[in-house]
Design a protein around this ligand. Structure first.
Ligand code: NDP
Length: 504
């Protein structure tokens, strides 16, 4: 397979202007400032290696400044004085500005992360917009309750009146990964701001650009100073400093299970609230009566889209023996037809993986599998000048206990395994430390819901995969996380309940 890099001229001149406007700074207290150390790091195009921009390398001191700014903004009259309606209007303005700048943001995302332009422009950027609009609606609906109590301690002639209010949890550290950078940031910022929190956002070091452009748009929308702060830098420096900081009330984290576990320790200092959206190894179960015309594009898209760098990717496919051969052939055919190319090339279905390191990681998994006798039906190679592209890959003959079956690869690699017995396959599907998502494919209504009920996962799709939306709660069972994002439940992460009891 040959990677076609194509014509890389930027189609949106605003993206070019943003990149050309010099070193990208930190957003602290409403101002763009250099890191106190003066240090920077480079962010580059994973397809070509071209350096896109110098980025401020935030450290302890910058995190301290950002947390102080967020703390001060939390109680400031500019933020506290905003009515719920004002906050809703602000979130809606941010959504409008993202929409007006969608082409530019999609291009920045492609250049920085590698993803095919349409993945960002038609999928992730509209989802980011939806997040702000959806939670704009919630800002005016943070309701408490009145509670009839049975207390009898009040003096004669008095009564007890009790009610609850919902209050913002405080300063939130939002730490996000590199696979869908703007969307991941929006999924935390929108509910946090709707709840009235202030935020320090730490984008992934590989993909800081769209978050920084979003910071500019937020200021343009009228965000009061210090309500959203952005500290770019390395996870082990800026990320760890944020997680450790006693001035942070809550960490909202999306990323790997390994780092998520580390954050538990960091949270103990001041018992920060912690939500963790972590890794997955999602199974897809294809029953013998499934409609293969739906299944083949469904599970193939589920694992190959965005180069498999999707937390809910359909990485483990279990097909009933009656349909197994046809499914393997169909997926291989689907994978072979996908065009690898620079994400800005309109012909490209898949861009490069996010970095050389990620491509090497995927390669290591495949080489290990080959050595153990796994069959590579299609794919199985790196490509492109820098080796950052990875062919859509279908593997068979992968045993349940192999690393390929157990660990999250975060690349376009599907294992397909035949089964004969539904009980057995449910056992295999649940035989994982993860429990993020799953899909079941069948034309039988009863079977679909019976199997869905037995799967240990935060989301189960029936006859579809990766159907995600801001109104649909998303969380992980087992080591895929703590807490739920999206929907009304997603807002709870950013709220405390206060009970007020009055003798009147
Ligand atoms: P990482 O866990 O490596 O990083 C996530 C974020 O945490 C990055 O901003 C990273 O910074 C930062 N970080 C790294 N080390 C620390 C630390 N010690 N303290 C605080 N912050 C730190 O994940 P990836 O970026 O590699 O993303 C891929 C992972 O994200 C996959 O496991 C995937 O499943 C998961 N994910 C889960 C989703 C879900 O909803 N469940 C959705 C999307 C992805 P830096 O980049 O600078 O190292």
């Amino acid at each position: 397979m040959t990677v076609h890099i194509g014509d890389l001229r930027l189609r949106d001149e605003r993206a070019a202007r943003f990149l050309a406007s010099g070193t990208k700074k930190l957003l602290i207290g409403g101002e763009w400032v250099a890191a106190r150390s003066g240090e920077t790091f480079e962010t580059s195009d994973p397809a070509t290696g071209e350096v896109l921009a110098e980025i401020a390398r935030g450290g302890n001191a910058d995190v301290a400044d950002a947390v102080a700014a967020a703390r001060s903004a939390f109680t400031s009259p500019e933020w506290r004085g905003m009515t719920p309606n004002d906050r809703a209007a602000l979130l809606w303005r941010i959504a409008d500005l993202i929409e007006q700048n969608a082409d530019q943001l999609a291009q920045l995302e492609t250049l920085d992360q590698g993803k095919a332009w349409r993945t960002g422009r038609l999928g992730e950027i509209p989802s980011a917009i939806n997040n702000f609009r959806y939670y704009a609606g919630w800002a005016t609906k943070l309701l408490g309750e009145t509670i009839p109590t049975s207390l009898r301690r009040q003096p004669p002639g008095k009564q007890v009146f009790a009610y609850t209010t919902r209050e913002p949890v405080g300063v939130v550290a939002a730490i996000v990964p590199w696979n869908s950078p703007l969307l991941m940031a929006a999924m935390k910022l929108a509910p946090a701001l709707a709840a009235g929190c202030t935020v320090v956002l730490k984008p992934a070091e590989n993909t800081p650009l769209s978050a920084l452009r979003l910071g500019e748009l937020m200021l343009e929308a009228g965000m009061p100073k210090g309500v959203v702060n952005i500290v770019t830098g390395y996870g082990s420096e800026a990320g760890q400093a944020l997680a450790d900081h006693p001035g942070v009330d809550k960490v909202a984290f999306t990323g790997s299970t390994a780092v998520g576990k580390r954050l538990l320790t960091a949270a103990t200092g001041n018992l920060k609230r912690l939500t963790l959206e972590l890794g997955g190894k999602s199974p897809s179960i294809v029953l013998p009566d499934a409609d293969l015309d739906l299944v083949i594009p469904g599970v193939s898209g589920g694992i190959f889209d965005n180069g498999g760098q999707v937390c809910v990717a359909s990485a483990r496919i279990y097909a009933h023996r009656d349909v197994y051969d046809r499914l393997v052939a169909g997926m291989a055919d689907y994978g072979r037809k996908l065009r690898l190319g620079h994400g800005l090339d309109p012909e490209a279905d898949l861009g490069p993986l996010v970095s050389v390191a990620q491509a090497e990681r995927v390669e290591q998994f495949i080489e290990e599998g080959k050595a153990a006798g796994v069959e590579v039906v299609t794919g199985g190679h790196r490509d492109g000048e820098r080796g950052t592209f990875y062919e859509p890959t279908v593997l068979t003959g992968v045993a349940q206990d192999m690393r390929l079956m157990k660990e999250e690869i975060f690349g376009p690699v599907a294992t397909v395994t035949p089964f004969d017995d539904v009980e057995e396959v449910i056992g295999w599907a649940n035989d994982s430390v993860y429990g993020l998502a799953a899909s079941v494919w069948t034309e039988g209504l009863s079977n679909a819901h019976r199997v869905a009920a037995r799967i240990q996962a935060g989301t189960v799709w029936i006859n579809c995969h990766s159907y995600l939306g801001v109104e649909l709660p998303k969380g992980g069972f087992k080591q895929s996380g703590w807490g739920t994002e999206n929907g009304a439940q997603g807002l709870e992460n950013y709220l405390e309940t206060k009970t007020v009891v009055a003798v009147i």
